[in-house]
Design a protein around this ligand. Structure first.
Ligand SMILES: [Zn+2]
Length: 552
């Protein structure tokens, strides 16, 4: 081969390699959510049973980046004649054996991230069947946690193992056999996790016992007795120290607020915890009591930004506080804590409903700003929502949908903006009652699930048909309301709103006063010395407003 040809080949090889790397980085870092999608259409076999309980008995082997042990799944058949059960489990793992009593498991196959079990007889209708799966292997590793999640086999600065786990987009199948669908939560979960003896394993619920089988390993026995979605089942492992504070519920019960932090964060833990207690009290005002008072509010220091793991929020924001009205707050803790209500207590039945978690939770941050910094702080925060909205795709996609199909920034910020508009349309008093009603109504919260349809139906009690339809349009499309203002004659102006013929309350500021008018497609005429301003506080996201913000 000629020399120049060789160099040319090397050059093009490098170009191709560079392009490939660029594409991979771009793909992973933009809009990617979930390496292997979670949820989607529930197949007939999985719809035929309900999971009641998971128990994980796992040994964590940091040096091998692997886990080994067993999972017990207790489920209840909802149909007669069920002789096969399909669970989700990534192919990374080797399944050694599967056992069940009455009927017995006769065979199993593990392929394409599915674990298919066959039984000797039909499973008894409505009776609990416990299945034990013995397995081991290397769980999926996180690429860009928490968005592209998995296990993080990290080290602390002084070289100790620091293991994180996040799998919202992928589902728990990346580390144990489960039914990976948002519409089925276990009613309780037991986690018996064995780790090298110098490490602490934090998890959901209550730490019931710590045992040492030999001198090298410690087992942490955790139990949660609240319904929990599968991605929230969490273990976080490190040389953690524990800092604790107390939260007093409305009914006078004391609940621990615990922060599992690295030793080097010890001097920051107390202030961080008192901030957490204050945030819990602020949220309680708007959403009702903290949903898991019999267990704890927990925080664990992680080497990824954060995740709303139930009673064990992941915290990786390095204590970088912002301020509102001179008072420090941690935006990440504020956001993840809000999910204890929006996502954990009230859970979307499908990934399509994810805006109920993210949009309402994000809006709650603005309510916190209002509490701490007043109206101006509230509106400044809402302005930040608007800056982050792209409005390219509807917030609510087709259903059922997988985690990957749903995820985009607008589920946070356009969802939050909807709540802002709704507040104006209903007025403060009705809006706050609606918000608390939705957050605490047994029909929608654990052990039940909520759909966007429930949100719209509940609104019927609080607002007009047009308010309901506004929310529906805003969520399911990308069209935005438009305000028209025309000068009719000197000192006379006509106003109308263009949004599918809806009638909406709108503020008009003129001659030093602000009026609230009901506007529809037909112009309403008002007298004014100067040209009035329509919706000066931007309670609505209009196309013109969005354009003007993005230009800045
Ligand atoms: Zn969130």
């Amino acid at each position: 081969m000629k020399k120049w040809f060789k160099w040319l080949a090397v050059f093009f090889g490098l170009v191709i390699l560079f392009l490939a790397a660029f594409i991979v980085i771009f793909f992973v870092s933009h809009n990617r959510f979930g390496l292997i999608p979670s949820g989607g259409k529930l197949n007939a076999n999985q719809a035929a049973f309900d999971v009641g309980y998971y128990e994980l008995n796992l040994k964590i082997l940091p040096d091998q980046k692997s886990i080994t042990g067993s999972a017990v799944i207790a489920l209840r058949p909802l149909q007669t004649g069920l002789t096969q059960i399909e669970l989700d489990l990534v192919d990374n793992f080797t399944v050694h054996s599967v056992h069940a009593l009455r009927p017995a498991v006769t065979s199993f196959s593990h392929d394409d991230n599915k674990l298919l079990l066959s039984f000797s007889d039909s499973l008894p209708l409505n009776q609990t069947v416990a299945i034990r799966v013995d397995y081991s292997g290397q769980p999926v590793e996180a690429i860009k946690p928490p968005w592209v999640g998995g296990f993080n086999w990290s080290k602390t600065k002084d070289g100790q193992d620091w293991i994180g786990l996040s799998c919202q987009g992928e589902g728990a199948k990346i580390w144990f056999p489960c039914k990976d669908h948002p519409s089925d939560e276990a009613d309780s979960v037991r986690l018996n996790i064995t780790v090298p003896k110098n490490l602490f394993c934090a998890a959901n619920g209550i730490l019931e016992n710590v045992s040492t089988a030999d001198s090298s390993w410690t087992t942490f026995h955790w139990m949660t007795r609240y319904p929990i979605n599968n991605y929230n089942i969490n273990i976080s492992i490190g040389p953690y120290w524990e800092a604790e504070s107390l939260y007093l519920t409305d009914s006078g019960t004391e609940m621990p607020v615990i922060f599992y932090h690295l030793p080097q964060s010890a001097d920051k833990a107390a202030a961080h915890l008192s901030m957490a207690v204050d945030m819990l009290k602020t949220y309680r005002k708007f959403y009702g009591e903290y949903p898991f008072p019999k267990e704890k509010f927990g925080l664990v220091e992680t080497d990824y930004l954060g995740m709303e793991h139930q009673t064990l929020n992941a915290y990786g924001n390095f204590f970088r506080y912002d301020t509102v009205n001179g008072q420090a707050y941690d935006w990440l803790m504020l956001h993840e804590m809000g999910h204890e209500w929006w996502g954990n207590q009230l859970t979307g039945a499908d990934w399509a409903d994810l805006w109920l978690h993210e949009g309402i939770c994000t809006y709650g941050e603005a309510l916190y700003m209002q509490e701490k910094g007043g109206t101006e702080a509230y509106h400044n925060h809402v302005l930040n929502f608007a800056k982050s909205i792209s409005n390219k795709k509807p917030v609510l996609p087709h259903r059922p949908a997988s985690s990957t199909e749903v995820y985009q920034r607008d589920i946070y910020f356009k969802g939050a903006y909807l709540m802002h508009s709704l507040r104006f349309m209903l007025g403060d008093s009705l809006f706050y009652t609606f918000l608390k009603d939705f957050a605490t109504n047994p029909q929608y919260i654990m052990p039940n699930f909520a759909e966007t349809e429930d949100f719209l139906n509940l609104l019927e009690k609080y607002g007009t048909k047009d308010v309901q339809e506004f929310c529906n349009l805003f969520l399911t499309g990308t069209s935005l309301p438009r305000f028209n203002i025309t000068s009719i004659s000197t000192g006379q102006y006509g106003f109308s709103v263009d949004y599918n013929g809806l009638h909406l309350p709108v503020e008009i500021r003129h001659d030093g006063q602000t009026d609230r008018l009901m506007l529809g497609p037909q112009p309403v005429v008002i007298q004014s010395q100067n040209e009035p301003e329509v919706d000066p506080q931007h309670w609505y996201l209009t196309a013109d407003y969005l354009k003007s913000i993005h230009k800045k």
